[in-house]
Design a protein around this ligand. Structure first.
Ligand code: FES
Length: 148
């Protein structure tokens, strides 16, 4: 990650982003989706950690008290705030057991959103190591995927 990619990156004017609801931007070779939902901005890698589906048009649902984006490709659920993979661990054969949502841990890299003078900035996450969504975001990640 270059030095320019770790400083706040101007996305756009706040008002424009609220109207758009979803915006995608490219920082370095990483595509980020910026989402405005219920008065809060979120930013995360735009390609789903599962198989690279675009999250730009994913529905947003509240699951187990967490706002999650649902990937349109295979319906994986990812928490907006943390990038946590959430899955339904219910047993469809056991009708008496209530639905049970569990976490797979952090799967999607989320980025910091800040507002300065009516403009929205994104600062890329510096969390070390590979997060699964990294494989679909960068040249290095794509090269790693080809090796696998
Ligand atoms: Fe997102 Fe499969 S690519 S759920």
């Amino acid at each position: 990650m270059s030095e320019e990619e770790t400083v706040p990156f101007l996305v756009a004017n706040k008002k424009e982003l609220i109207e758009a609801k979803r915006t995608s931007i490219t920082v370095g070779d990483r595509v980020i989706v910026v989402i405005h939902h219920q008065g809060v901005f979120y930013a995360m890698d735009a390609h789903c950690y599962h198989a690279g589906g675009s999250l730009l048009n994913g529905d947003i649902e509240e699951i187990d008290n967490k706002l999650c984006i649902v990937c349109p490709k295979h319906k994986y659920k990812i928490s907006l705030a943390e990038g946590e993979g959430i899955y339904n661990a219910s047993n469809p054969k056991d009708k008496d057991k209530p639905p049970c949502w569990l976490s797979k841990g952090i799967k999607q890299r989320v980025h910091k959103v800040t507002e300065v003078d009516g403009n929205i900035y994104v600062t890329l996450s510096k969390t070390p190591g590979w997060i699964e969504s990294d494989y679909y975001q960068t040249e290095k990640g794509r090269a790693e995927l080809k090796k696998a």
